[in-house]
Design a protein around this ligand. Sequence first.
Ligand code: SF4
Ligand code: SF4
Length: 358
Amino acid sequence: MSSIAQPRNTARRSLNARRLPLAQARTQLRRLDKLPLGRDFHDALATEGLWPLQPTSIDILQINVGKLCNQTCRHCHVDAGPDRTEVMSRHTAEECIAVLRRYPIPSVDITGGAPELNPSFRWLVEQCASLGRHVMNRCNLTILETAPHKDLPEFFARHRVELICSLPHYQQACTDTQRGDGVFEKSIRALRRLNELGYGKGTSGLRLVLVTNPVGAVLPAAQPCLEVEWKREMKRLYDISFDALYTITNMPISRYLEWLLESGNLEGYMRRLVESFNPQAADGLMCRNTISVGWDGRLFDCDFNQMLDIPVSGDAPQHIRDFDLAELEARMIQTNRHCFGCTAGTGSSCVGATTRSS
Ligand code: SF4
Ligand code: SF4
């Protein structure tokens, strides 16, 4: 099938709830491993003198508070959804805060699922903010339209939380195809409310970022060009403003991997990622300045490795309760073939492209 075919959001349940073999991380890794790609990620890094891959520092504690979500997006790398039950406990959230008290890690990046569905979410934000940390929340926007969470925009503004909000496209059809019918309209309503509170105005300090990922088996277009286009069109069509646009490459794992397999696009997509390997993008890899905490407190190099159940290297602390900054900064980052998703073209990370050109 053509690579421009678009994934319809027909999967209303997670891989996990459908009890598919692909729900298992090892099955996903095996599918990638079997592909005749010509080279592996560590070969690509080694050729450029970038192996072994190590952190520069740990500037961001990324906390994944669980897989529970109000949506079941077709491309989700977490396999999140309303049917997931994995949620970080208050005890583990307290262990994260204990680490922040012990170490001056400047930023906390809260993600999920829909992080706001975790019962300790507000407590976690308040604690991080009271410790003077920069708090980022990865928000799917529609959660702000649900009854118990309608006051969250004011809560976010009060605690100066940076909002990093996913919106695949500024056109309704593209967004709803990937995320579900009605998602676009709710997202626009939520963005208008955030603008009314001062988010996305560039002057208030309330930073609003939109995140777009391609619909289909293609790489994102250049982030600076897309940002100009998005800012113009979001203003013109919906009178919405925002501070920055991040472009993110779809990772060939979990539900996006399911779609790649079903549509016959897997090998072609992986080849595109490998052929587009950009050594400059390796400098900005998020695993080099971030450590990722799972809902159960386990430690990973990034959220993708977390979903593939690839923990930090065996000689580093494995759980948030054993966190040791120096030991974790000395670790070797664990990589596999999915990592080509971070180094293709202009690169891809939690803050979008990692370079300005490929
Ligand atoms: S992509 Fe985000 S909003 Fe969509 S199901 Fe996954 S976690 Fe939820
Ligand atoms: S997938 Fe994770 S470990 Fe691999 S390159 Fe990307 S950020 Fe680093």
